[in-house]
Design a protein around this ligand. Structure first.
Ligand SMILES: NC(=O)C1=CN([C@@H]2O[C@H](COP(=O)(O)OP(=O)(O)OC[C@H]3O[C@@H](n4cnc5c(N)ncnc54)[C@H](O)[C@@H]3O)[C@@H](O)[C@H]2O)C=CC1
Ligand SMILES: Nc1nc(O)c(N)c(N[C@@H]2O[C@H](COP(=O)(O)O)[C@@H](O)[C@H]2O)n1
Length: 265
């Protein structure tokens, strides 16, 4: 995605409004949003940045960023994309930028002064990331200084004893205690699939997916959460959307909804 200022029409923004966090929310509001191909791929291959959104849906993503306190990605995305994670909608100033949050349990992301997100923070066009890592992981003093110099920080959370992952509930509680009450989860594959699992998907308030009219082909990073089984051990769908709203944007279509059977609207 480029650096130019973007606009998103009021008419389309109004259609999204029922799927967005309220202006004031005390409990964390979680929006799951990403761009996918017709074969459910986020990118051509792990570690590869792939543009799927057309110009109108890209502007929509930036409008969504303007409506959330924080944007969350996994370390796989941070390493692959060197993302900016700021909001480039016209009129959104330095004080209204969302906080980037990167889940990096093993400190795999070797960001530098040249990393886009830090450059944007330095120039006042974005915020430095909060990096979610795990208790006991040895932080490098140099990386910590660099992060803090730009206004970011590390947040260490305990791993779940069974899955060895950080629990989504703990991530949301930690962000809430930082004053971040709405979170836009952008990806990548592992982050999205883990959030869609039965133990976590009740935390999702809204889903907004850009569907691009392209097949990326086999070998990509795909959104495909683990299947569930019924009482007889037969496979049943992992999740389904209810109260859907389809919004055409240029050549893409944006599918909005809430997960059926999770939270009430
Ligand atoms: N089309 C789109 O909208 C988007 C595409 N992407 C693409 O996705 C790809 C990256 O996806 P992945 O490789 O799956 O990486 P990812 O971004 O999902 O990061 C995976 C890593 O995050 C950490 N992680 C995730 N959930 C965790 C949890 N609950 N607890 C602890 N650690 C956790 C783990 O270290 C894991 O290895 C890239 O190619 C990127 O370009 C990424 C975001 C959006
Ligand atoms: N909405 C959307 N459409 C695509 O086609 C994408 N590849 C992505 N990727 C996400 O956006 C991040 C890049 O953001 P910046 O433009 O650098 O701020 C990337 O890291 C993914 O989270 N999203």
């Amino acid at each position: 995605m480029g650096d130019q200022t973007l606009t998103f029409p009021r008419l389309e923004a109004d259609k999204l409004e029922p799927h967005l966090p309220p202006r004031e929310c005390s409990t964390p509001f979680v929006t799951l949003t990403f761009a996918t191909s017709l074969d459910s791929a986020l990118s051509l291959a792990p570690g590869t940045r792939t543009a799927l959104s057309g110009p109108q849906s890209k502007a929509m993503t930036h409008y969504l960023r303007s409506r959330h306190d924080a944007i969350c990605i996994g370390v796989g995305t941070a390493v692959a994309d060197d993302p900016g994670l700021n909001c480039r909608i016209q009129g959104v100033g330095a004080t209204q930028q969302p906080r980037p949050v990167v889940i990096d349990p093993n400190l795999r992301w070797q960001f530098t002064r040249q990393s886009k997100v830090l450059q944007l923070a330095k120039s006042g066009r974005g915020l430095a990331p909060f990096i979610i890592t795990t208790t006991g992981t040895a932080l490098s003093p140099e990386q910590q200084d660099l992060l803090e110099e730009h206004g970011g920080k590390y947040i260490a959370l305990d791993r779940d004893a069974v899955t060895q992952r950080v629990q989504w509930r703990d991530i949301l509680l930690a962000l809430q205690s930082e004053g971040l009450h709405s979170l836009m989860v952008e990806g990548g594959g592992e982050v999205i699939n883990s959030l869609l699992e039965p133990g976590a998907n009740h935390l999702i308030d809204s889903v907004i997916v850009t569907i691009a009219p392209t097949w990326l082909g086999r070998g990509g990073v795909v959104v495909s959460p683990a299947r569930r089984v019924d009482a007889h051990g037969h496979p049943i769908p992992a999740a389904r959307l209810a109260d859907t709203n389809w919004i055409p944007l240029g050549e893409d279509v944006v599918l909005c909804g809430r997960l059926a059977g999770s939270k009430e609207t």
